[in-house]
Design a protein around this ligand. Structure first.
Ligand code: CA
Length: 241
């Protein structure tokens, strides 16, 4: 097993006051890809830990976001994702070389927050990392009150959701999506507006990500009536009748 390698270079973070020092765990067994990720992300002001196996990824702690390759030498990224989700809601972005949608959606269903298809541009990847981690950072500095809709309680401060008194475990993006929709119950949100607000203003990928997250939320809420699809427009959130 390759030794765990740590890299930390925060010079750029010090030069740029609006850059948050995000600690990224890179899970990638392809050394050239890992090296370019390490260089690119540290240059963007992030601190980086690199591991090359699924086992090391599952055992790793104290990072803000995981970049997870699917093809790993011991077990695959989907399995890593499932195992991490048993104990943590840390954001996960999957790096996939498989282009078909089924694998991408499967990646989301196993608990990932987003995916980036290889080959990817570093700028796009950094934008995705910022988008996924930004809300977590804002959350820490902003006191908030709970959102309550019937038996659903959304504790934005602690990013905790309960329904009928029982906690529902959501991924970071599922939480962001639920929080966004639930802030204005009964309002129809356009798909593009949701993608811009919950994912990133620079989003230009397919909207499959949104559908997969809506499906996951409906399943976890236990009643499809919470989220109504408005054909060709978007989605509306409300307490089921
Ligand atoms: Ca690989």
């Amino acid at each position: 097993m390759k030794p765990e390698t740590h890299f930390k270079l925060c010079v750029f973070a010090l030069l740029s006051h609006n850059t948050v020092d995000v600690h990224v765990l890179i899970v990638e067994d392809d050394q050239p890809i890992a090296t370019s990720l390490i260089l690119g992300l540290t240059a963007a002001g992030m601190s980086v830990t690199h591991v090359a196996t699924g086992k090391q990824a599952v055992e790793a702690t104290a990072y803000d976001i995981m970049l997870l390759d699917i093809g790993l030498p011991d077990f695959d990224g989907f399995e890593v994702c499932r195992q991490v989700r048993l104990v943590s809601q840390v954001p996960i972005i999957m790096l996939t070389a498989r282009a078909d949608e089924i694998d991408r959606v499967f990646g989301l269903e196993s608990g990932a927050d987003d995916y980036v298809a290889k080959p990817f541009g570093l700028r796009e990847l950094i934008a995705r990392i910022r988008a996924v981690t930004r809300r977590l950072t804002i959350q820490e500095t902003k006191p908030q009150v709970d959102l309550i809709l019937g038996q659903l309680n959304i504790d934005a401060q602690n990013r905790k959701v309960t329904l009928n008194g029982e906690e529902i475990f959501l991924t970071a993006k599922e939480f962001d999506l639920l929080e966004f929709l639930a802030t204005s119950p009964g309002v129809v949100h356009r798909r593009n507006d949701i993608l811009e607000r919950v994912w990133d203003t620079q989003w230009y990928g397919p909207t499959k990500t949104l559908d997969a997250h809506i499906a996951a939320l409906r399943k976890k809420l236990g009643n499809p009536g919470w989220i109504t699809a408005i054909r060709s427009v978007g989605f509306r959130f409300e307490e089921p009748k």
